[in-house]
Structures are given as structure tokens and as C-alpha cells.
Design a protein around this ligand. Structure first.
Ligand code: SAM
Length: 281
């Protein structure tokens, strides 16, 4: 039985990294008019009230989105961060207060154009129930099913372009390999798809299995970015957040580097950001 609930972690530094990357990728993709089918294989609830008892219990957003929100005036000269923070501001009922943090379904659905499509998969019954209560546009489908199998079954699609976010909780060790196989399978069916994969950086370094399987599977153009809070091994638990982008849009690397140079000082002295090609052209 699944036990992970994203409400305990909503708005943490990993969400900042993941959703800023997602926001930037969507920006780039929307520069062309041809329609896109988006997939969110592990959707979660979609929207997180920060006052919820689950979110307050760990209060991770206080070391994630909150310092950025508090610095939003100073960050308004950084284009990617300014747009990202404006999107969050538009979601608040009281403009000055950060009360709700948006999950990936929200980041994806708010920018859908008429001919774009979005499929949201969520396997946890209660999380899926929350997701069904969100007001989302008509071209969004919410599916109570396994997202990796759902992605595979849905490809190829009718739209010229595809973008998928794979954001599992990695509760089971096997998920690193399953995600890699799923990405390899998806790329065989949709060669030009832009695929984003989130992974945790933990002392056990299990993410290397995911990365190595993708490289050994012959996939090209895999860009990797990692945001860390501290050196590995200093403490137990997640010390960083990783994102892979397969077929990254041109210019993504520079835009995120510029934004992250402003983010890391707000996350603590030891926070670092780095990005490179895990596998090049
Ligand atoms: N993507 C969300 C966001 O950025 O706001 C957070 C997702 S959370 C890290 C992972 C979610 O995947 C959980 O809600 C969990 O219930 C769900 N989940 C776990 N296994 C799944 C599966 N095989 N298929 C679909 N959803 C799954």
C-alpha cells in the first residue's frame, strides 16, 4: 500500500527545483504553436494549503518556497523567477500572504492552450480524490491508475509534441529501474518527447541506477541538474534534488543557471546548484 503523501513536503526545496524547471520547460515549449500532449505520471493532489496539518508538521516549505516568496521584490529582476513567483502570487487569495502552494498538475494545467492536452495519473485513492476536487480545464484528464503503465499505453499520441513529467516518491527501491525502463520505452514510441524525471539525492546514491540505466539504454541528450542543501553523508535523509530532462529545449540550461544563482543563497550557505549533460548528443 502506498503511504507517501506529498502534502508533508509541499513547497520544499525539491519542489522549488522541480517546478521551476517544469515552468521553464513549459515556457520554451509554448514558444511554438503546435499542440502538445502533457503527461504527469505521479500527479499528487494538485494544490496544497500550507496551513494543512500535514504540511505544518514538517514545515519544509519554510526552507523552500517561503524564503523565495519573501524575497520576491528583490528577485523581480530575474525573469524566470519573477514569472514563477507571479504565477504563485496569482493563486493566493490575499496577495501578500503565501497560503497555497501549487503542485505539478497546477503548473501544467494553468498554461494549457486550447489544443493542448494533459493526462494526470495518480494511484493513491485519497490523493486522487483530492485531485478530482480541483477546478481544472476541460482538456485535463484525471486518471486513477499507475502512471508509468498509463504513459506507455497512451503513446504515441495525436499531437505533434509530447512532454512528460515523471515524479515518483521512490518508496520502493525498484522504482529507480522502473522509471528508467519507462523513459526508455516512452522514447522508443515518441522520439522527440521532452521528458522530465525527478529523483532524490540520498546518501545511498540509488539514483545512479536510474541514470546508468538510461545511459546504458542508448538514450542521447539527457541533461541533468542538481540542487543540494549540503554535502552528502553529513546527515541522514535527502541532501539534494535531481532533475533529468531528455531532449531539453535550447537555452534551458542558461535560464535555470541564472535563476538558481539567485535561489541557492536563499536556501542556506551550503546550498549549491550544478547542471551538465549526463549524456550528450
Ligand atoms: N508531481 C507532484 C507535484 O510535483 O506536485 C508530486 C507527486 S508525489 C512526489 C508522488 C505521487 O505519486 C504521490 O501522490 C503518490 O501517491 C503517487 N504514486 C505513487 N506510485 C504511483 C504510480 N505507480 N502511479 C501513479 N501515481 C503514483
Amino acid at each position: 500500500m502506498l503511504s507517501y503523501q506529498h502534502a508533508y513536503h509541499a513547497g520544499n526545496f525539491a519542489d522549488v527545483h522541480k517546478h521551476l524547471t517544469l515552468h521553464a520547460v513549459i515556457d520554451h515549449l509554448l514558444r511554438k504553436t503546435s499542440p502538445i500532449t502533457f503527461f504527469d505520471t505521479h500527479a499528487g493532489r494538485g494544490l496544497y494549503p500550507l496551513e494543512a496539518s500535514e504540511t505544518q508538521r514538517l514545515g519544509e516549505y519554510r526552507h523552500g518556497v517561503l524564503p523565495l516568496w519573501q524575497a520576491r521584490e528583490a528577485l523581480s529582476d530575474e525573469p524566470l523567477l519573477a514569472g514563477w513567483l507571479e504565477a504563485i502570487a496569482a493563486l493566493q487569495s490575499n496577495a501578500g500572504r503565501l497560503e497555497r502552494y501549487p503542485g505539478s498538475p497546477w503548473w501544467l494545467s494553468q498554461r494549457l492552450r486550447r489544443d493542448d492536452r494533459l493526462q494526470l495519473f495518480e494511484l493513491h485513492p485519497a490523493e486522487h480524490e483530492h485531485l478530482t476536487q480541483q477546478a481544472l480545464p476541460a482538456n485535463v484528464r484525471r486518471i486513477h491508475a499507475d502512471g508509468l503503465a498509463g504513459l506507455s499505453a497512451a503513446l504515441p499520441v495525436a499531437t505533434p509534441r509530447v512532454c512528460a513529467l515523471l515524479d515518483p516518491s521512490y518508496e520502493l527501491k525498484a522504482e529507480y529501474a522502473e522509471v528508467a525502463e519507462s523513459v526508455l520505452g516512452a522514447m522508443r514510441k515518441a522520439r522527440h518527447a521532452v521528458v522530465l524525471v525527478w529523483y532524490p539525492l540520498l546518501p545511498a546514491a540509488r539514483h545512479l541506477e536510474l541514470l546508468e540505466r538510461l545511459r546504458d539504454g542508448g538514450l542521447r541528450k539527457i541533461w541533468r541538474s542538481e540542487l543540494t542543501l549540503r554535502e552528502p553523508g553529513e546527515e541522514r535523509g535527502m541532501y539534494g534534488s535531481g532533475m533529468l530532462v531528455v531532449n531539453p529545449p535550447w537555452g534551458l540550461d542558461e535560464r535555470l543557471a541564472a535563476a538558481m544563482a539567485r535561489v541557492t543563497p536563499l536556501l542556506g550557505e551550503a546550498s549549491r546548484y550544478r547542471a551538465d549533460w549526463w549524456v550528450g548528443e
